[in-house]
Design a protein around this ligand. Sequence first.
Ligand SMILES: [Zn+2]
Length: 125
Amino acid sequence: MLPETEPFWQAAKRHELVFQQCRACGQRMHFPRLMCHQCLSKDVEWIPSAGRGTVYSYTIVHQAAHESFASEVPYVYAIIDLDEGIRMISNVVGVEPAAVTIDMPVKVMFDDVTPAISIPRFTPA
Ligand SMILES: [Zn+2]
């Protein structure tokens, strides 16, 4: 785990979704970075997300990239536009993959894959 992503995963473990915002210029970011990609300031803070957004784009994965994912296919690999203005890659779950649509409203849920790791995924809102 990269050190700059640690607060993100610690929050996910608490079932909270967070993202970074630059204190210098206000730029919001995801994935986590060591510095603002807009103004290069290292003064970035963590902001809570309400966890709501829409599907910007998606694809349905039918071929597992690794045998450990074989039981997961088909699954939806999606780009989610959060209401706070950031874009996040995740999965849409809790719905038939064929029922997922562009602009579908979604909300975050947390998949506790191990006692230490919870992964944010999205379900229809
Ligand atoms: Zn900045």
